[in-house]
Design a protein around this ligand. Structure first.
Ligand code: SF4
Length: 313
């Protein structure tokens, strides 16, 4: 069957990051995770204590670099690995672990700009919280986005207050929306992170999160399955309450439904997570990332659906 999806030149029926990069940069582009040694205001008491209940020791950046090493060394290690297979590729510096705008402006400038100076770096991805970008930082990011391909990744996870409180996000939906508006006013690309399978959420609730995001001026989404990681509050909760963990089939079914409601120009930066096998308690099916991705492709074909089919303004 011919794939009629506008943003695909493969079997994918949704807008992949690979497709986006290929068309934007005319080259293979990889994200190089760098640990900038930042902390998080939701852990140190500034906005909350203890962090989000699922957050790992490494600040949900388990495949980021080693913060004890210089940023340039971390970057080179990633590049050396990738360039063996893809010698002419380009790179996006990815500040992933913890809250990467949570530091004085001069420190942010130093860390971001050191990466931008490196060979073949075409942009930066900065993962942060909507409540942790100061006005001076917004203005600096605007300047930066004129010089490079800049994306700010905001964690949202869910639009539902009850779940947001349960997972200890410690910011409101209004705060998130304001941050999106401030970033877009400055023409900065926004990618939003959501989690499926949060405790006690129904399929309808997860779909509602995507319906809501599709109406916002965002450029990308990351869809993850909830990972129960060792030594987290979530692991303690799971031990006591044994809340339902989505099966692979349930996850695939929900993601396919979500993709139908997702505006077609929103780039799907991720469609499943990448847990550290040594730290993961549940669900173990997420370790087979390519199987999950294939199952999503297969179900979209079986249902004959495409990203955005059910999106309405
Ligand atoms: S905001 Fe991010 S880094 Fe901070 S506690 Fe939550 S998941 Fe961890």
């Amino acid at each position: 069957m011919v794939n009629k999806f506008k943003y695909s030149d493969s079997n994918k029926r949704y807008y992949t990051l690979d497709y986006f990069y290929k068309h934007k940069f005319n080259s293979k582009v990889f994200k190089a995770s760098i640990n900038g040694g930042f902390t998080c205001p939701n852990k140190d008491g500034t906005v909350g204590f203890g962090g989000c209940i699922y957050c790992s020791k490494l600040g949900s950046g388990d495949f980021g670099g080693n913060k004890e090493e210089e940023l340039e060394v971390q970057f080179e290690k990633v590049k050396n690995l990738i360039s063996k297979k893809w010698p002419n590729s380009k790179y996006i510096g990815y500040f992933q672990a913890n809250t990467n705008t949570y530091a004085p402006l001069n420190e942010l400038k130093d860390k971001y700009e050191r990466i931008l100076k490196l060979d073949n770096v075409v942009g930066l991805n900065i993962a942060t919280r909507s409540d942790s970008i100061t006005e001076e930082c917004y203005n600096y990011l605007e300047e930066l986005s004129k010089k490079t391909y800049l994306t700010v990744e905001l964690g949202l996870q869910t639009i539902h207050d009850r779940t947001s409180m349960l997972i200890n996000r410690c910011h409101t939906l209004t705060n998130f929306e304001e941050a999106v508006k401030k970033l877009r006013k400055r023409n900065i690309n926004v990618v939003v992170h959501i989690i499926n399978g949060l405790p006690y959420e129904t399929k309808e609730m997860m779909i509602d999160t995507v319906k809501y995001l599709s109406k916002l001026d965002i450029q990308g989404i990351k869809i993850h399955m909830l990972h129960v990681i060792k030594d987290t509050k979530l692991a303690e909760m799971y031990e006591k309450e044994k809340f339902h963990i989505l099966t692979r089939d349930e996850y695939v079914d929900i993601v396919c439904d979500q993709l139908e409601y997702l505006r077609e120009d929103i780039v799907v930066n991720r469609i499943t997570g990448d847990p550290d096998p040594k730290e993961l308690i549940e669900p173990t099916w997420t370790l087979k990332k390519f199987v999950v991705m294939n199952e999503i492709d297969k179900l979209m074909v079986k249902r004959d659906i495409y990203q955005g089919d059910k999106y309405t303004k």
